[in-house]
Every structure is written in C-alpha cells, then in structure tokens.
Ligand binder design. Structure first.
Ligand SMILES: NC(=O)c1ccc[n+]([C@@H]2O[C@H](COP(=O)([O-])OP(=O)(O)OC[C@H]3O[C@@H](n4cnc5c(N)ncnc54)[C@H](O)[C@@H]3O)[C@@H](O)[C@H]2O)c1
Length: 401
C-alpha cells in the first residue's frame, strides 16, 4: 500500500457489552496495554487462534506484545476454508484450550480473517460459558464486517440425502447455521497487515463495503456511497490512507447498526437484518463448489465477497420485479462492482428450483417463507418477508452467465 496514515477509535455502544474498535496503521501495538489490564485482573494466558495466511511478522508482534503483558501464549493455527469452519475444528479448538488450563478471565485472541474470527469467537462464547475475546481481523472483509457485532459460529455439514438437494450424495455445508452472539472486548483493525492480501481477497472485502453503501442512506450514513464512488480509484489502488478511512467509515456504519439492534431482532423489519443485503441470494450459491465468477474455472469456488456481489445484483433485479425499484439502482451497483473487479454474473448456476430450495435453507429464511432484503431506492433497502417466486427467479436469471 502507499499513502499517508489514518488512525481512529470508535465505540460500539452496547452498555456493559460495549467495546472499542481501533482502526489504523500500527494499531496492533495498542494491544499490549489492553492485555496488561487483563493481566492485572488475573489473566495469565492468551489462547491465540492464528490464521496461517497471516504474515509471520504480524503474528510475532502479537506474541511479543502478549508476553510483554505478562501472558503465556498458546497458538492454535488454522488454515481457513469454509469446509474447515465446522464442528470438527471447533471441537479441536475446545480440546486444545481446555488442555491449557485456560481460565474464565484469560482471553481468546482471533488473529485472522472471518473464518478464524467466527470460530475463535464461538470458542470464546461457549468455553466455560464464555471468556473474553479480542478480534484482530487481518482481511479487509473481516475488518469492515465480520469482526464487529459479535456473530460467531460455524457451518453445519449435512448429508446429501437430507432435505437439501445435492445430487452426488456428498456432504453439504449450511453456512453459519450454528453459533452465538458474543461481543468481543476489543477489536483491533491494523491496516498494515492488508499489504499481503491478494487482489481477489481485497475485492472480496470491497463487496461488503459496497453492501454498506447500498443500505447507507436508510441507516443514517448518507455520505458513504458517494464517498466510495469519489475515491474509487484510490480504493482500487489500495492507497493506505484511503483504505484506513474506508475501514473506519464502514466500521462506523456497522457499529451504529449493531448498537441499535444487537441480536438482529426479526420483528424490527430493519436494523441488523439490512446487513444481510445480498446474502440470502449469495449464500444459496456460495457453497456450490464448481461456480466461478467468470468463465475461468480456476477461480472456483466463489469467495464470500464474490457471492455477496452476485447476491446484491440478484436482489436488485429481483426487486425490480417485486416492488418496481428503479433499474438505475441495479445499474449503478453493477457499474461499481465492475470497476472494482467483482463479478456481476456467474457460470454454471443450477436450476432456479434448486437455488430457491437452497435459499430456504439459509438461516435468514423464516419458517415457511423466504426473507430477502430488497432495495427500495438509492442507498435504501427493506426487509421483504414473503418474496414472490418470480422475483427470486428473476434475480437468479439476472446473474446467470
Ligand atoms: N461474523 C460475521 O458477522 C461475519 C460477517 C461477514 C462474513 N463472515 C464470515 O467470514 C468469512 C469470510 O471471511 P474472509 O473473507 O476474511 O475469508 P477467510 O477467513 O477465508 O480468509 C481469506 C483468506 O485470506 C487469508 N488471509 C487472512 N489474512 C491475511 C493477510 N493479512 N494476508 C494474506 N492472506 C491473509 C486466509 O488465510 C484465507 O486464505 C466467511 O466464513 C463468512 O461467513 C462473518
């Protein structure tokens, strides 16, 4: 990355469960004083779940800081894929943490992308009925989204003979079906670690930023979409100062939405559910292993952010059929995604019937209807509880490559 430095501190206002989010270049350095405070109230060890994709210098820095704070450090490495985000890995982590004598005041530290953050967060939520967790996200996606808000968990594997159609009898992953809300004590988003992230992972994170832009006006962050469009060239070039500001602006939106609706209250018809824009369509295709964002099969399977990008396009086009939202909303989204290098179409999509069936297994579906988030205008979305079949099918048809 190139450019100047930007640093900020935000707070998720959740009363006694409230916490700070530190964003900026060199932000990880601040962890030592937080760990010292934990040490003063009895913490003796840190259980660090480390994503093997994180550069060594960053892991070394965290370990040195934790040791300086007086803590013994136990490292649990994970090479993250969606098929590793399962009960088997969760069980392994629990077995390891239990063997270290980890107490109720000892912290778990998640150092990695969203998969590590979700797994480590759920270990913290459930071990001894809950221990503190510090989220140190190392991908753009986990900085702007996964590390904030306390959603933790893993994917559930079900056999192909279950209700979920699979065809080849193999195991199928139901995304994030098991988990808990467990707010971190602190989030540290040190943008220096993003230097080693490959282009595809960077773009994947930008998909969640664009998602925030698509709901921004409706949740009181009016300027976000226009700010991103204005700075898009610098964002795509990954200019460090702009990326730090991008992270801070996106975290600010997520923090305010979470503060108003901590547990995604389904009776609110808004709030946290709006953050699922693009996700119900996206989740339906995310775990189909052969799908590729372009005609290049080497890019299969889809990354989470790519599936979200496609899901947002499908939602916009479906909303045109459902509620007559202006096509300019979807057109602007497609232009933005294409400028960033994200897909607006996908090769090899199964039949609509299977896709809709997969949607109904997404945990955002209600008992007997499929809940989707549809745009209602520029920067505004709404929850639709009973989307008609033709609008869902129109959505999938629009992204069929
Ligand atoms: N809890 C939530 O609210 C929430 C929100 C959004 C997404 N998620 C979850 O997050 C996951 C996706 O997260 P992700 O996009 O971070 O993917 P990921 O966790 O799979 O990480 C992507 C890749 O980047 C590598 N990596 C991590 N940090 C790196 C670095 N600094 N340099 C180089 N490589 C690095 C990882 O090893 C991995 O190969 C999904 O499982 C999704 O369900 C959770």
């Amino acid at each position: 990355m190139s450019g100047g430095v930007h640093e900020g501190r935000l707070r998720v206002e959740l009363g006694e469960r409230g916490y700070d989010i530190v964003v900026g270049s060199g932000a990880l350095g601040g962890i030592e004083s937080s760990l010292q405070e934990m040490h003063q109230v009895g913490a003796r060890r840190a259980f660090v779940v480390v994503d093997t994709g994180v550069p060594e210098w960053f892991v070394d820095q965290l370990v040195a800081d934790a040791k300086s704070a007086g803590l013994q450090v136990i490292i649990a490495p994970i090479t993250p894929t969606e098929s590793v985000k399962t009960i088997a890995t969760y069980q392994e982590l629990l077995t390891t943490i239990a063997s270290t004598g980890h107490s109720r005041v000892d912290p778990v530290i998640a150092l990695g992308g969203g998969i590590v953050g979700d797994l480590a967060g759920f270990v913290a939520a459930s071990y001894r009925r809950g221990v503190p967790v510090i989220q140190c996200p190392t991908t753009l996606l986990s900085m702007v989204d996964a590390s904030v808000g306390g959603k933790t968990g893993f994917n559930l594997e079900v056999s192909g003979e279950s209700q979920v159609p699979n065809g080849d009898g193999s195991m199928k992953l139901l995304k994030n079906l098991v988990g808990a809300f467990w707010q971190p004590s602190l989030v540290i988003a040190d943008v220096d670690v993003l230097d080693s992230l490959d282009d595809r992972q960077r773009r994947s994170g930008l998909a969640e930023c664009i998602k925030h832009g698509m709901i921004s006006v409706g949740v009181g962050h009016d300027g976000l979409l226009d700010w991103m469009i204005k700075h898009l060239d610098s964002i795509v070039a990954f200019d460090s100062a702009i990326i730090a500001e991008l992270v801070e602006r996106n975290v600010s939106l997520k923090a305010s939405v979470v503060a108003q609706d901590e547990r995604e209250d389904t009776s609110k018809q808004g709030g946290r559910m709006l953050l699922n824009f693009g996700h119900t369509f996206g989740h339906a295709i995310e775990t189909i292993g052969h799908l590729s964002p372009t005609a290049d099969p080497s890019l299969a399977p889809l990354h989470h952010g790519e599936a979200v990008a496609l899901g947002m396009v499908a939602a916009c086009r479906g909303a045109q059929v459902y509620g007559g939202v202006d096509s300019s909303v979807g057109d602007e989204l497609c232009t933005l995604l294409q400028r960033v290098g994200l897909p607006v179409g996908v090769e090899g999509l199964p039949a609509n019937e299977e896709l809709v069936e997969r949607m109904s297994h997404d945990k955002k579906a209600t008992a007997d209807s499929i809940r989707v988030i549809f745009p209602t205008g520029r920067g505004r979305c709404a929850v639709v509880d009973d989307a008609p079949m033709e609008s869902l099918e129109a959505g999938f048809d629009a992204i069929r490559g």
